[in-house]
Design a binder for this molecule. Structure first.
Ligand code: ASC
Length: 128
């Protein structure tokens, strides 16, 4: 368990940072900013699917206080927040599955869906 809320904040921010790195690299490949490598893409998608399970644990009670971009609204709407987190995890799992196949259009669609999960939660629950 976490020693204090700062540890919980650090934990979830670390997980989000790892996710953002994976996601950013996949985005660069899909936008043609770098060469698309199906094997690397699939590995990154698998990484996101695994990492997507981590941040939820860091949203402990009281961790809206402190150096965090997480809005107190999260804890006032925890059921909605949790269901969005689950949707993100499901979309990430789907992306990892589709990435195995190599169908570029399907991969793009699954990537966009996952990105929508990121953005949907950020728009609602993250400081600008
Ligand atoms: C990223 C990133 C996000 C999401 C979001 C998707 O690469 O860091 O927060 O994608 O912008 O819309």
């Amino acid at each position: 368990n976490f020693e204090n809320t700062d540890d919980a904040i650090h934990y979830r921010e670390s997980a989000f940072g790892l996710i953002a790195y994976q996601f950013g690299d996949m985005g660069a490949m899909l936008k043609g900013k770098k060469e698309f490598n199906a094997e690397i893409f699939a590995q990154r998608a698998a990484n996101v699917a695994a990492l997507s399970k981590l941040p939820a644990e860091g949203f402990i009670d009281g961790s809206d206080k402190g150096n965090t971009e997480a809005l107190p609204k999260i804890w006032e709407n925890k059921a909605d927040f949790d269901s969005r987190m689950t949707e993100f995890q499901n979309n990430a799992a789907k992306l990892a599955e589709v990435a195995q196949g190599g169908d570029k259009d399907a991969i793009k669609a699954a990537f966009m869906n996952t990105g929508k999960s990121c953005k949907g939660c950020h728009d609602n629950y993250k400081k600008d």
